[in-house]
Write a protein that binds this ligand. Structure first.
Ligand SMILES: [Ca+2]
Length: 482
């Protein structure tokens, strides 16, 4: 019976996008995590982590396996990533605070949606207050101990007011409580857009003690592309994130980082599960699109790196799952896409018009047929030190400041372990991808030169870094397990 009905449901809902309001507009629940690698969801292929809520979502939805953050022009990649998500603009066309740039949630508000936000907002108070007309409870940027993070509420006067942070209450639980409170208390017939930005698994990775006990007892294996040191200077070797572990990275230290990371993800997943349950209890689940994504990935030992200031897939690829009325269940889509395509997709599904300047594409055709292609290539950028381009099979990363190029055959080497750039037979492919990269630069308005007149030596050592940044030793976050 179910199988007979499903295709009709797909036809109805996925084509309702442009149609008139014959039926009530769909709700949207968007859960966004912070610094979560794409390979940290059990149902999507990681047997070492427990993520029942995200597994449930993947089973009743379509997961994009090649979704990316476009990059960042500063070390705190979280900021531009969120600005791209909210505006639908690409990296070189965003204002990081979105002061004069309209957001997608604003458009949903104008289209009659109740828009509510809970969690991390990294793009300044002005765009926040414009974007969420039904209020919210936020943590405005930065990082810190989740038991003391300063939370603020959007008051009825449309101003931010300090929110009491009870001792022993984890910020992630507060964020979930706020989202659940919205789902329970909302009244009326207007559709809602509920945006929940988890302050996890960003460091400091502090979850309640039982989660740490579990992974400390059996730490996850090293990533397949673990290295003690990155093989050359990528232009951002000693930034804060990279100092979270000493050089050379050791297997023991990295496995401890991964244990903490996985513990924090499992705890976050439990809180997300509470939100999903509240959605179910609200009676609105059948008319709600649920999206899960993260703002970028994280190295955590891959390639000898720790942070997200790199363009390997570990740094830029993100989890992205859509579920809801008409979306194929338990499907994987390999379509290339960016986070900035997520809201244009939701706009298409809900019949909400794009804000000025939104460049993202709608992935609704892929949600109708997960075999469809998305963007032709993926282009990534980090400051003026790294550029990357990938197609179906190949990925080229260019480091102009040290005149270095890497070429990976992702079909045979998905973890980017074997750099083929020096092989004579790679010359043609490199030339082709460099031309493709220049084309992408023109398309997105990136004027970073791919070669410089006086490249620096590519060799790097922690001793050299110590000389460069002598006083700036990163403070280790205080460990507080509860
Ligand atoms: Ca982040």
């Amino acid at each position: 019976m179910k199988h007979l009905i499903l295709p009709i449901a797909i036809a109805c809902v996925l084509s309702a996008a442009s149609g008139a309001d014959a039926q009530r507009k769909p709700n949207i629940l968007f859960v966004f995590s912070d610094d979560q690698r794409a390979d940290t969801i059990h149902a999507l292929g990681n047997p070492h982590i427990t993520t029942p809520a995200l597994d449930r979502l993947a089973q009743r939805g379509t997961a994009f396996t090649r979704a990316y953050c476009m990059g960042g022009l500063q070390g705190a990649v979280c900021v531009p990533s969120r600005a791209m998500l909210m505006s639908g603009r690409s990296l070189f066309r965003i204002q990081e605070q979105l002061r004069e740039q309209a957001t997608w949630p604003e458009q949903f508000g104008k289209a009659g949606y109740e828009t509510f936000a809970a969690g991390k907002w990294h793009n300044g108070p002005e765009s926040l207050l414009r974007s969420f007309v039904a209020g919210g409870s936020l943590f405005l940027g930065g990082m810190g101990d989740p038991y003391t993070l300063p939370m603020q509420d959007i008051g009825p006067d449309r101003k931010l007011a300090k929110r009491e942070h009870p001792a022993d209450k984890h910020a992630v639980e507060m964020i979930a409580d706020s989202a659940i409170g919205f789902l329970k208390e909302r009244k009326g017939e207007r559709p809602f857009l509920l945006y929940v930005a988890m302050e996890a698994p960003h460091d400091p990775r502090i979850a309640p003690k039982p989660y740490h006990d579990k992974y400390n007892a059996a730490p996850p294996p090293l990533p397949p592309n673990f290295l003690p040191m990155h093989p050359f200077d990528n232009g951002e070797m000693a930034i804060r994130d990279e100092k979270l572990a000493p050089w050379p990275r050791t297997p023991e230290v990295i496995r401890q980082h991964l244990a903490d990371y996985y513990a924090f993800i499992e705890y976050m997943d439990a809180q997300i599960g509470r939100i999903f349950d509240a959605l179910q209890a609200s009676g609105e689940a059948g008319n709600t699109f649920v999206v899960f994504a993260s703002d970028q990935g994280l190295a955590v030992g891959s390639h000898g790196l720790m942070g997200k200031q790199n363009l390997y897939d570990d740094g830029m690829r993100v989890p992205l799952i859509f579920a809801g009325p008409g979306i194929p269940q338990d499907k994987r889509a390999a379509a290339f896409c960016y986070l900035l395509d997520v809201f244009p997709t939701l706009g298409a599904l809900a019949g909400v018009r794009a804000p000025d300047g939104s460049e993202g594409i709608s992935l609704a055709p892929v949600l109708r047929n997960p075999k469809r292609a998305g963007r032709p290539v993926i282009f990534n950028a980090y400051r003026n030190v790294q550029r990357a381009i990938r197609d179906e099979r190949w990925k080229l990363i260019r480091y102009p400041q040290v005149d270095k190029t890497q070429l990976f055959d992702l079909q045979n080497d998905p973890h980017e372990k074997n750099d083929l750039a020096a092989k004579p037979e790679s010359a043609g492919k490199i030339k082709e991808l460099m031309a493709r990269m220049e084309k992408a630069q023109r398309e997105f308005g990136d004027d970073c030169p791919l070669t410089v007149s006086n490249p620096k030596p590519a060799a790097w050592s922690p001793e050299m870094a110590a000389k460069e940044t002598a006083p700036a030793a990163a403070k280790k976050p205080k460990r507080k397990n509860k």
